[in-house]
Design a protein around this ligand. Sequence first.
Ligand code: SAM
Length: 280
Amino acid sequence: MNYRHAFHAGNFADVFKHALLVRLLLYLGRKDAPFRIVDTHAGEGAYDLSGDEAERTGEWRGGIGRLAELSGATEPAAALLKPYLECVGPFVGGRPLLYPGSPLISQRLMRAKDRAIFCELRPDAFDALARRFARDKRVKAINLDGYTGVGAFVPPVERRGLVLIDPPFERVDEFQALLDSFLTAYRKWPTGTYALWYPVKDPAQVRAFIEGIRRSEARRALRLELSIGGSGDRLNRTGLIVVNPPYVFEDESREIGAYLAQRLAQGQGAELLIETLTGE
Ligand SMILES: C[S@@+](CC[C@H](N)C(=O)[O-])C[C@H]1O[C@@H](n2cnc3c(N)ncnc32)[C@H](O)[C@@H]1O
């Protein structure tokens, strides 16, 4: 396990994933009944973008670094991104004081009655995660393989909520593990909302994964991909599958994604793709 998210925190892929995650959590918070979040690959929880790792790659500069001001955003895109930027918090000199990972975003949008389970396998990342949330009784951080965790933690007692599966894509079989863990969880909890993150590096692997979702029993599955264009020597395309999205989510994602494709573009070919894989 060499992957450390600190090198990539706040990059274009994080911005896309986290901006959409915020919309999903806000929707869950609209109803009175409590919800639960299961974050299978939680990471450290939050990242210091002035730290060594973030400085070494500078990836955040092409992501959250471009959103200190929402220049050129239409009114709907700016309004939809505002809660994400509130989760990110203050910028100093064009850099967020602290970049929130998915656990901190979740914590910021949970109410007193909501609960979260964060799994992280890497011991040092887990220690940071556990320390950060030690005093929050709503949150349980567990040093566990998230692929095992997801099958064990659904359905939650609340019967409402979100499963985020956001693996590091280090294993050669990571797409298969992602698909299998989703299928297992979905069979046990078909009414949950699921967000599955993936990088687009190997188109054949992505195609096989997408076909796996298409052939699944998922009642409604959306594929959302953002490309920032450019030469492609670095990752420049990323995707999120959202199963059982709230009904407003597709329209909201279109606004957010179209803005990010333009604002985060690195060159020719920047685009947003939204495709319905199952359902209407
Ligand atoms: C892409 S990062 C997660 C980022 C996080 N979800 C966020 O949005 O801030 C993937 C994390 O998964 C951890 N990891 C790797 N294999 C794992 C496994 N089998 N189960 C749980 N965590 C794992 C890595 O150490 C890394 O911190």
